[in-house]
Design a protein around this ligand. Structure first.
Ligand SMILES: [Zn+2]
Length: 71
C-alpha cells in the first residue's frame, strides 16, 4: 500500500476528483446514486416477493401432488 499523501477522494458516481470531506462531486451525482440505490432496493424487494410466491406455490403444489418431487 502506498500513501500518496494527497487528501482527495473520487466521486463514486462519475469518478471525478473531489475534496476529502465530500461524498459526491455534485448534487447531481448524489441524486443519481440515491436514485440508483432506490431502484436496486425495489428490484430486491420484487425479487424477494417472487421468491416467496415461488416458495408458496411449490409448497402448495407439493402438498397437492405427493410423489411429484419424491423419487
Ligand atoms: Zn460525480
Amino acid at each position: 500500500m502506498t500513501d500518496r499523501g494527497s487528501q482527495h477522494r473520487h466521486c463514486p458516481v462519475c469518478g471525478k476528483t473531489m475534496g476529502a470531506e465530500d461524498r459526491f462531486c455534485s448534487k447531481e451525482c448524489e441524486d443519481a446514486l440515491v436514485k440508483q440505490r432506490k431502484k436496486q432496493q425495489r428490484t430486491m424487494y420484487i425479487f424477494m416477493g417472487v421468491l416467496v410466491v415461488l416458495f408458496l406455490v411449490m409448497t402448495m403444489a407439493g402438498g397437492q401432488c405427493p410423489g411429484l418431487g419424491t423419487k
